[in-house]
Write a protein that binds this ligand. Structure first.
Ligand SMILES: [Cu+2]
Length: 376
């Protein structure tokens, strides 16, 4: 009897929580109201079954409870009941799956006049690319990926020369226009997810995936990586700024093309002082996911007081943290492993100016200096 009451209370609490909870879908900011509808259909069907099954168990616990002189009878075959249960389950599953098939078919079938852009994921950052005036994206290949060419554009492809590269994690899009998103990963499985758009898609190494949506509201929306892609996964974030088409065109016009040297994170273009550029870089490239600037413990050594310090390595030897060591640790992290830390950092391809900015930033976090002249 007590168990039956607990079950009924559980059902009542779940239903109340559903209707009273403040944690509900964020307001829709794209054309994909259909995705909300399919979610609601699934929730209604699973919710109805959840209520029915729990109340049925509660009923049985009361109706068939143990009483003197009353024994339960084994009823191994009931063709009629089996028919009903099988039929009902089949109808419920078809009703949950079929709408999703139609919506998914539409989701990956962009209108012909869509604006195309590419989002590229890499542990643990987002970068973007738009076609230039020719309206076509240039060919890419992982063979061409380097510090100077982080998106791996084919250097000699004429279609790629005017491609607009956004080498930080904020991209702008025009409101009210269908947008086709091409997705590429430089390393492992990632997932481009903007919750208010109800839109997400995996980035699969070795292939280009796509979907489309039309932003219906202006605003700034967060991009999340929705596949566990390593220790910095939680920090793999970006932003989509949806704005009026004129403002979007003006923004796009201010970005650099592949041919015009838009090959690096444009921190230098901000005109900020070198340490400030380094700090921006550490945030945009995801370094801060594993390295704190206040001495607190994270996955990797903190940068507080690191510059100029003598580190003990896993093999017991020591090394002074100077510019050469920092450069090596970023470009080939497994060359020297600091004692007590796992060898999990992926190599980062930073250019020399970026490295200089990062080291300038690290210097501000330490009161130590390096004796020998070795500043790059
Ligand atoms: Cu990711």
């Amino acid at each position: 009897m007590a168990l039956a009451i607990v079950l009924m209370a559980l059902v009542a609490a779940a239903v109340l929580f559903h209707f009273l909870s403040p944690w509900w879908l964020t307001p829709l900011a794209s054309n994909w109201g259909q995705i909300d509808t399919t979610l609601m259909i699934t929730l209604a069907i699973t919710g109805a079954f959840f209520i029915a099954i729990n109340l049925f168990i509660a009923y049985c616990l009361i109706r068939f409870r143990q009483r003197d002189g009353h024994r339960a009878a084994h009823d191994p075959e009931n063709k009629k009941l089996e028919g009903w249960l099988t039929g009902l389950t089949a109808v419920g599953i078809i009703a949950m799956l079929a709408p999703g098939l139609f919506v998914y078919a539409a989701y990956i079938d962009p209108p012909a006049d869509s604006l195309v852009f590419e989002a590229v994921g890499q542990q643990w950052q987002w970068r973007f690319r738009f076609p230039g005036r020719d309206g076509r994206l240039g060919v890419t290949d992982s063979r061409f990926v380097s510090a100077e060419n982080p998106l791996g554009l084919a250097p000699n492809d004429p279609r790629g020369q005017d491609d607009v590269l956004i080498l930080n994690s904020e991209v702008h899009l025009p409101v009210g226009k269908p947008i086709k998103v091409l997705l590429r990963s430089q390393d492992v499985l990632h997932d481009f997810y903007v919750p208010p758009f109800r839109a997400r898609m995996n980035l699969v190494p070795g292939m280009v995936t796509h979907f489309w949506f039309t932003p219906t509201r202006t605003g700034r929306f967060e991009i999340l990586c929705a596949q566990l892609c390593g220790v910095g996964h939680f920090n793999m974030r970006g932003y989509v700024v949806v704005e009026e088409p004129a403002a979007f065109q003006a923004w796009l016009g201010r970005q650099s093309t592949f041919a015009h040297g838009a090959t690096r994170t444009p921190v230098a273009a901000t005109g900020a002082a070198l340490p400030a550029q380094g700090k921006l870089l550490a945030q945009s490239r995801g370094c801060v996911a594993c390295h704190s600037d206040d001495g607190s413990a994270r996955v990797g050594p903190s940068w507080k007081g690191l510059y100029g310090k003598t580190e003990t390595l896993a093999d017991g030897s020591t090394v002074q943290v100077d510019p050469a060591y920092i450069a090596e640790s970023i470009r080939t992290p497994n060359a020297k492993i600091v004692h007590g830390y796992p060898a999990i950092m992926p190599p980062f391809s930073l250019s020399d100016p970026e490295l200089a900015a990062l080291i300038a930033y690290m210097k501000t976090l330490s009161d130590k200096t390096v004796a020998q002249a070795g500043t790059p």
